[in-house]
Design a protein around this ligand. Structure first.
Ligand code: GLU
Length: 431
């Protein structure tokens, strides 16, 4: 018997979201011949905050959590971007997501920069009371690192209007009585009735749907009868599916954190939503569809694929099996650079995240303006304004991509980066 030793081969390093966003940035920067000094500035984040903070749990014990806020750039205005509660939140994820926010707000023509943050936590294992204390303690620890004219958080993965209400209340509690109400716009995505914007809940999903609609109109196609699949059935996935279904498109597959279901004859969006609500937020076991292997999800037969969950979902491992001819990126960074190369080779169109899911931050901007000006806007007016803004961006991006014979992502990045470059060139770099 030989004395064999099993030597594990070193695993190739997994490309992270930060590698992806930097590669996307550099390829657009090359295309527009970005000023080298501005490239240096934008290649790195302005400020990175890591906070370890203690919170008392329901059982009386204290747990220490790690929270992040990364502020990438504020050349165009205050930092803006969500807070996510997820085990994958770390400094590199926050950096990457903050950079995407900078490009997203710039592309949308908003007076904002980009930031992102969150807590490395699986929120499903904590009680509502614990989540409230965690959120409030994190807000308190962030202190003046956030602020209505400085850095304005919003919901993201696993955070919602309730989370934002806790943040607003905690932040405002630290102000003197007369200053309190002036600080309501320290976060956006608050509940309607507590400074929130009518329709902010659906703004991201509505925007995803709109960009798909614009694309099909541009190609003289109709959404009626088109089959689509959605990864992630949270706020973004659900609302995008809702509006697509209204337009006559057919939902044929859904994947969430717990499992995947499919039905080529169609899944009724509202039924699935109600089932999920009654089933601890999971779609598993939905009776109108059959369960399927998660790894085969993206290979489902369909016309449109909407990744609306986490980053790095479409990669070289599954890009070849995708059947959809259109990918609409509801999530941030769902397609990695290698996966994208394959999709482009195969002639599959990608509506890039920084345009596709920008309805959310545009809605946030409206909420911020509403609070700042002491106004209350109506739903119709809001959705109309959102559509107008997105249509303008869509036209710009498609025109730029055609004129320069480049994909929509590179076009979107180029427009976004050029706007920031202009701001730096006009005002100069101190000292
Ligand atoms: N979390 C959303 C995003 O990734 C919204 C950000 C915001 O409204 O500030 O775009």
């Amino acid at each position: 018997m030989t004395n064999e030793q099993t030597v594990e081969k070193p695993k190739p390093l997994k490309r992270g979201m930060l590698d992806n966003v930097l590669e996307q940035f550099n390829s657009a920067a090359d295309k527009i011949d970005l000023n080298p000094n501005v490239r240096k500035i934008l290649s790195i984040t302005n400020t990175e905050i890591i906070i370890h903070f203690p919170v008392r749990m329901d059982n009386g014990e204290v747990e220490v959590f790690t929270g992040y806020r990364v502020q990438h750039n504020n050349a165009l205005g205050p930092y803006k971007g969500g807070l996510r509660y997820h085990p994958t939140v770390d400094i590199d994820a926050a950096r990457a997501l903050a950079m995407w926010m900078t490009w997203k707000t710039s592309l949308a023509g908003l007076p904002y920069g980009g930031a992102k943050g969150g807590i490395q936590i699986d929120p499903s294992i904590y009680s509502k009371g614990e989540l409230e204390r965690i959120t409030r303690r994190f807000t308190y620890a962030l202190g003046e690192n956030i602020g209505p004219e400085h850095d304005i958080p919003a919901p993201d993965v696993n955070t919602n209007d309730q989370t934002m209400a806790w943040i607003a209340d905690t932040y405002m509690s630290t102000k003197s009585t007369s200053e309190r109400s002036k600080n309501q716009h320290v976060v956006t995505g608050k509940p309607v009735g507590s400074g929130g914007l009518e329709g902010r809940d659906r703004a991201t999903g509505y925007g995803v749907y709109l960009t798909i609609k614009f694309w099909s109109e541009k190609n003289n196609e109709t959404l009626k009868g088109k089959k689509f699949i959605v990864q992630g059935f949270g706020n973004v996935g659900y609302w995008a599916a809702h509006f697509l279904e209204n337009e006559g498109a057919l939902l044929v597959g859904v994947q969430d954190a717990f499992g995947s279901v499919q039905n080529q004859k169609g899944i009724t969006v509202e039924d699935l939503f109600n089932y999920g609500k009654a089933n601890n937020g999971s779609i598993v076991g939905f009776p109108e569809a059959s369960a399927m292997e998660g790894k085969d999800f993206f290979a489902l037969d369909c016309d449109i694929c909407i990744p609306a969950a986490l980053g790095n979902q479409i990669t070289k491992d599954n890009a070849r099996s995708i059947k959809a001819s259109l990918i609409a990126e509801g999530a941030n960074g769902p397609t990695d650079v290698e996966g994208e190369k394959i999709l482009i080779e195969r002639g599959i169109t990608i509506i890039p995240d920084i345009m596709c899911n920008s309805g959310g931050v545009i809605g946030s901007y409206f909420e911020w303006l509403q609070n700042r000006n002491g106004e209350l806007w109506q739903m119709d007016e809001i959705l109309e304004k959102l559509e107008k803004k997105l249509r303008t961006t869509f036209k710009k991006v498609t025109a730029y991509s055609e004129e320069n014979n480049i994909d929509m992502r590179t076009a979107a990045f180029s427009i976004a980066i050029a706007r920031i470059e202009k701001a730096y060139i006009l005002r100069g770099i101190f000292p």
